[in-house]
Structure formats: C-alpha cells, structure tokens
Design a protein. Structure first.
Length: 645
C-alpha cells in the first residue's frame, strides 16, 4: 500500500465499519512501511477501537506490533478533556494578554465571556493534537478512526471557528471575497494561536499530506448521508481519498444472497458517479475481531481482488419486497403510551426506518403524530418517500402523520442574525473609523463563542414547542447516531451553564440596552429546562435502543444502556433490526442464527425486553412498506407483564 499521505481520517455513516477499516488500513501501512512509527487512534473515545482489538486503550499510545528498528504500530483513544486543558489555558492567556478595550461591559464581564468559550475546546484540541503528532515527528503516520457524518463536519470546522474568534479579538475586518491578501500579523500568544489555526486548516486541505476515507454501506439511508458528507467535504476543499463500500454481497450462494446483492447495486452506482475511487469489500458471515483477523481482512482489501470480483453488472438491480409473515412468532408488546419516543443507537442500524414505521402505525391507531429528524444528515425524506423541510408537513396518504427535518444551520443562522441586530441596537451600528471595542464584537458574535453543539438547541426548541402546543398525541424522534445523541442529551447541562453565565452578564446591563438580548436568552434557557424535565420523566418520554444482531454491536449497546440508566433516562427496550428470515439457504441461515444469538445475549446481559425486526428484502420505504415492517416485529421471548407508563 504505497500511501504518501501522513494523516488518514476515516469517517462516514455510523455502522459503515470505520473502526475495522481504519485498523486494517493501519496494519497494511505497517506491512509496507515497517520502519515507520504508525499511530492508530480513535477520535471519539467511545471504546469501539478497544472492543475491536480486544485490548483496553487510553490516551497514551500502546505498542500493538513491532516493526523494523524503532518502527511499529501503536494505538490509543483520544481523551478530549486532557487535551483541552492546556489549550484552554493558552486561549485564556492569549485573549487577555493585552488591555481589553470595552465600550459597555466591565473587563471582568468580558473575561467571563471568553472563559465560557475556552471551557469547551475538547474537539479542536484533539484536531490540533493529531496534526502536532505528525509535525513534531512523534509518529510518521497517523490513522484516525473518525466520526459520523454530521459530527465529522463540525469537528473539521473547529480550527476555522477559533480563528474567526481571534479575528474578533484583534478587530480584524473580514477579507473581501476573492482577496488573496493574508490577514495582518500581530505578536504574542494570540499570534501563535492564530498561526496554529491557519496551519491546521491548511494541513487538512493539503492533498499531499491528508486524506479522508469515506466509509459507506450500499443502503438507502447511508447512501444519502454519504452524498451529503461528500458535498460538505468538497465545499471545504478537504481531499477525499476514496469511498469504501463495505459488506457487499457476492450473490453466489443462493437466490436470497443474490437478491440482497441486487439491493446494493443502485447505491454502489451512485457512489461511483461521485468521481473518486470506490472500493468494494465483501460481507463476512462474522466480521473480523482481534489483530490477527483484522490483519487478514486488511490483506484481502489491499490486494484489490475483492473490488474486481464484486463489480456489479448492468443487469443487477433490486428484487421485489419480501412479504411479511401473517402473524409474528410472539407479538411484540405495544410501544409505551408516552408523549416522546426516542429511537437511539449507532449509525447504520436503521433508526430512521424504525422510528418512521412506529410513527405510521401510531398515527393509524391513536391520531396526530409528529415525526422529527434531529440528525443534521437527515434520512426521513428517503424513508417516507416524501420531500420534507424544516416545517411540519403532513405526509401524503395519512390522516395525521406530520414530519419535519430540523434545519440546524438555518435555525442557528437566524439566531446569530437576531442577536447581531439586537447588539447593534445596544451598541449602535458599525461605523467607518469606529474605535475597536472587544465587548461590542463579542456581543455581536455571541453565538460564535457558544459551546460546541449549541446548534442542537434547534431540536430542543422544536420538541418543547410541540410539547406545549399539545397538537400531537405522540412525538417520535429520530436523532443522530449514539455519539451525537449523547451530546444532545448532555447539552442541557452544558447549555444551562453557558446561558446562565451570559444571562447574568446581560441582565446586569439591561438598562444599557441589553434587555432584549437577556429576554431572548431567558426564553432559550426555559426551553432547555423544559426539554430536560421531559426526557427525565418516564411518564413523558421513553428510549428505544436500536441495534443490529452483530457481536461487535454488543459492547456499544451495553454502554449506551448504562449511560441512559446512569442519567436516569427511561429505557424501554432493545430493538434488534434486520434479522434475516428463516430460509433453506445455509449461508443466510448461519447469519440468522448468529443474529438471534446476539439478540438473546442482549436480553440476558442488559435485562431489557428485546424486540426483533426482521429484514423484509429491501429496506422499507413509503407508507405501505413501513406498515408491513412494523407489523412484522416480534418479541424474542414471552414478555413479562409491563406496568403502564
């Protein structure tokens, strides 16, 4: 594997095999570059890399395999809190090293605004750290097990946002469109920080040094998210090295396998139309686990034989939908009668399909239902075969199902614009030759200082609005994959701290023109508090954990359930999705038995009821297929009596 790039980031739709692929890629690099020190690291310390390697990792690199001389393969899982601490100290020092020029706020209050920003630098610190490992030659190459689609974009934007904040502190004017004049240089710690932001941004845009490996599954929802992420990366001039489509069927063992391969054909063709190399990897009955198995998988990948052998002919295409059985083996218990239902889980497990199927049947039985997508990389439009927007839209063919895909960027952009207008009313409009005042610039750009993920306040606002209006009997929520969902659930605590700090400052200067902004912040804080109260109340909200019947899915699901229980969030059940139907095909039957064994292990280890959702041929889309999908769900075993919620 002759790779000249030194920093490799694997990202894409959750469930697309990022951890396995990045590990196999790092092993292949060691094979061809044995004298080099190669680091395999996980950007998100969720334990996935430790699970795959069967070895507990930490922020300190552990040597996995020796190379030649000092070379070898090392592994770690980045610890954001530890990395953020020294960067936060540098940011605070840089922003306060000079005399603060203020128009309205006292110096102590300006420092509080800056400190509130510096308290949330984990991801930008991780990005800086990865580039530093290469630049300081601690490692010759770094391979990163990255993030899901929407989170990837946010993480790669951090250096740009920090540089923008430095521009505000300096009083720099935005460069004119097309201008090639570099920003003015200063001195001191702020200049060092500005140059670091610029160098990191340049690094991840340098095709010679950086490569993004886009991991994909040949399925409807993952394909839509791959195209979304591809567009986002191209807009930012971030080089895409390849698209890797994993779990491609060879179609040789039986009609069932050939049908599943036919389902994948149109999605692979879409990937191939994007203009970057597309590599195909065969689906294994059981995925590789442990260094030896992943190493063998990596060698098969590096040979390129699978991509050639799995190439699709023009005649291959999707089969008809398999009919659901008339009666499921054991009827699945009804969904709990709570206002909110969150379908949570890793990426690529089918949360959107399950949430939509539940919403369709609940609408028929109970009346008006609101189905919300709280994932920036939306999937509901594809699942419902309906063009959705950021307004509640009644789904055609239903009497009371409304759906909405929350537009986080527009919501957050409107919020920033509103606060800039409020700031101009307080400080006066910007005038030519006006003396720089740091407090004025910070208030004008208040939401640029906000903690990471505050755009997800859009989801909280939408949910609490629906709760107060009482228009809908049920609100079904399709959130982002596990990592982002955890951030959404943790956001109330982060948001309350930041909003309370800023609100106290603005209330102090209410008489000097900041009253309207204080009122806006108080209203947002009220939404956050109402959202937090709702998700903690088992009479208002329940969580359904969606997963696949794969051995590697067990540790993250166990961690997710433990996390929800630790936060006192009411977990209702585990839903094991797309379990293969009983068949005479030996390959399919072996996979089915493995999936059911994992489902039984979930029930035994986690202690929650397990519902099984069978695979009905192609992925369900449209009202008719979603209804058939929902009615086919069954309980793994006879459920005990469940107390009313």
């Amino acid at each position: 594997m002759s790779e000249t790039k030194v920093l490799h980031l694997f990202g894409g739709k959750g469930g697309a095999g990022k951890t396995t692929l990045s590990t196999a890629f790092a092993l292949n690099l060691l094979e061809t570059n044995g004298k080099e020190k190669i680091l395999l690291t996980s950007f998100d310390s969720n334990g996935g890399l430790s699970d795959l390697l069967k070895k507990k990792l930490s922020g300190k690199p552990t040597k996995l395999l020796p190379g030649k001389g000092t070379g070898g393969l090392f592994a770690s899982e980045l610890e954001h809190a530890a990395l953020a601490e020294p960067l936060a100290a540098k940011v605070k020092a840089a922003f306060t090293e000079k005399v603060l020029k203020s128009q309205l706020l006292a110096d102590d209050d300006v420092k509080k605004l800056l400190e509130a920003y510096a308290s949330n630098l984990g991801e930008v610190a991780a990005l800086f750290h990865l580039v530093e490992l290469i630049e300081t030659k601690q490692f010759d190459r770094v391979v990163v097990d990255g993030l899901g689609a929407s989170h990837t974009v946010r993480a790669l934007d951090h250096a740009v946002l920090l540089r923008k904040l430095i521009s505000l502190q300096r009083g720099e004017k935005p460069p004119r469109a097309g201008s090639k004049t570099p920003p003015p240089r200063g001195d001191g710690q702020l200049e060092v920080l500005a140059q670091r932001c610029e160098s990191v941004t340049a690094f991840i845009k340098d095709e010679a040094r950086f490569g993004f490996h886009l991991c994909a599954l040949a399925e409807p929802v993952p394909e839509a998210q791959v195209r979304w992420l591809f567009t986002q990366l191209r807009e930012r001039n971030i080089p895409i090295a390849r698209i890797i489509a994993d779990q491609i069927e060879d179609g040789k063992d039986s009609r069932e396998v050939a049908n599943r391969r036919g389902l994948q054909a149109p999605h692979v063709r879409k990937f191939q139309s994007l203009g970057v190399p597309v590599e195909l990897l065969q689906r294994r009955i059981v995925g590789p686990r442990g260094l030896d198995e992943v190493k063998k998988f990596g060698k098969d990948w590096a040979s390129g034989k699978e991509t050639k052998a799995l190439a699709f002919s023009a005649a291959e295409g999707p089969p008809a939908l398999v009919r659901a059985p008339g009666m499921p083996p054991i009827a699945a218990p009804p969904l709990p009668p709570t206002r909110f239902l969150f379908f949570v889980g890793g990426g690529g497990v089918g949360k959107s399909s399950c949430a939509a199927a539940a919403a369709v049947t609940l609408t028929e039985k109970e009346g008006p239902v609101l189905l919300l997508s709280a994932d920036p990389a939306h999937s509901l439009s594809d699942v419902l075969l309906s063009r959705l927007t950021d307004t509640e839209t009644q789904v055609k063919g239903t009497k009371g199902l409304y759906a909405r895909e929350i537009d986080f960027a527009t919501w957050y952009g409107n919020l920033r614009k509103k606060f800039k207008e409020r700031a101009e009313a307080a400080f006066g409009p910007e005038q030519k030759g006006q003396e720089f005042a740091l407090d004025r610039e910070l208030v004008r750009n208040l939401w640029e200082l906000a903690p990471t993920g505050m755009d997800e306040l859009a989801a909280m606002s939408t949910v609490t609005d629906a709760l107060v209006q009482e228009r809908f009997k049920r609100i079904v929520i399709d959130p982002a994959p596990t990592g982002n969902t955890m951030r959404l659930l943790e956001l109330p605590a982060v948001a309350k701290q930041w909003l309370t700090t800023v609100l106290a400052i603005f209330t102090k200067y209410r008489a000097k023109g900041l009253g309207p902004m204080a009122d806006e912040l108080a209203a947002i804080l009220k939404h956050v508090q109402r959202f937090e109260a709702a998700i903690l109340n088992p009479n208002e909200c329940r969580f359904v954990v969606v997963t696949r019947g794969e051995e590697l899915a067990m540790p993250p699901v166990e961690r997710l359930v433990e996390y929800l229980k630790a936060k006192k969030l009411p977990v209702e059940r585990v839903l094991v999705n797309r379990v293969l139907p009983k068949t005479t095909c030996p390959v399919t039957e072996e996979r089915r038995n493995n999936e059911l064994a994992v489902a039984k292990a979930f029930e035994k280890k986690i202690g929650l009821q397990v519902t099984v959702a069978p695979a009905l041929g192609r992925h369900p889309a449209g009202l008719r297929e979603l209804k058939a999908f929902r009615t086919s769900w069954y309980a793994l075993s006879v459920p005990a009596k469940i107390k009313a919620a």
